[in-house]
Design a protein around this ligand. Structure first.
Ligand code: PGA
Length: 262
């Protein structure tokens, strides 16, 4: 598919790692290492645990760091009796720019349904933040030849209620569940095939313009050695990085490997 230039987004999903003191050190380190040329053509986000967000926000704003503040999840309601949850309104008030919606750990460990993911995407958009919608098949689904069927179901559930302009502004992360945290990434060719399929599905559901503009990340055992291979693929517009994003030096290497036309 012919592609207009899409600005890559490299996102660090810290999961349940780094308390707010460690977050302070990591983001300070990132701020020192990231050079203007590293971020001239690539967007960067970090997604710390909720308890770190205020600390990271303060540092990013005070030092004007070229890092987008991200969250890992949120509830789809703005307020209410939802013990333990955090609302999109609260995240927006902290200057959060990106919110991961439907990460496979939310889907598989916490039982988040396709419908709940769709509601989260809508809630994040309502507060003018950018959802990073995660989709991906399990190892069993892949072995059974059901990858495209699973992606279609997840995308259809999340996107059908949205207008095409909103879909164009989204980030979609293709993260095969079997590649997350396993040290066994997809091959670059398999990642490209799936990211292209995601884009074609967006085109079918929401039209050609949304498909041209939507950014599709690959995630699952990305590291400083394999990042450039994924980013060389035409339909991979960025990376969602877990374990390898916890160390600032490694994460900056991944950002450098993600430069367009490298
Ligand atoms: P990983 O995690 O890079 O540690 O495989 C990716 C993710 O879960 O987003």
């Amino acid at each position: 598919m012919a592609t207009a230039p899409r600005r890559p987004l490299v996102s660090g999903n810290w999961k349940m790692h780094h308390d707010h003191i460690e977050a302070l050190h990591t983001v300070r380190d990132l701020g020192l290492r990231l050079k203007p040329e590293d971020v001239a053509r690539v967007d960067v986000s970090v997604h710390p645990p909720f308890t770190d967000l205020r600390t990271v926000q303060t540092l990013v704003e005070a030092d004007n760091l070229p890092i987008g503040l991200g969250a890992q999840h949120c509830n789809d309601h703005d307020r209410g009796a939802y013990t333990g949850e955090v609302s999109p309104q609260m995240l927006a008030r902290l200057g959060t720019r990106y919110v991961i919606a439907g990460h496979s750990e939310r889907r598989h460990v916490f039982g988040m349904s396709d419908e709940a993911v769709a509601a989260t995407v809508q809630a994040v958009l309502r507060h003018e933040m950018t959802p990073i919608l995660c989709v991906g098949e399990t190892g069993e689904e892949r072995a059974a030849g059901q990858t495209e069927e699973r992606l279609t179901l997840q995308l259809t559930a999340a996107l059908t209620a949205l207008d095409p302009g909103a879909v164009a502004s989204l980030v979609i992360a293709y993260e095969p569940v079997w590649a997350i945290g396993t040290g066994t990434p997809a091959t670059a060719v398999d990642a490209e095939d799936a990211c292209l399929f995601v884009r074609q599905t967006v085109e079918r559901l929401c039209g050609a313009e949304a498909a041209e503009r939507v950014r599709v990340q690959y995630g699952g055992s990305v590291n400083a050695e394999n990042a450039a291979d994924f980013m060389a693929e035409p339909d991979v517009d960025g990376l969602l990085v877990g374990g390898a994003s916890l160390d600032a030096a490694t994460f900056v290497e991944i950002v450098r490997a993600s430069q367009p036309g490298r």
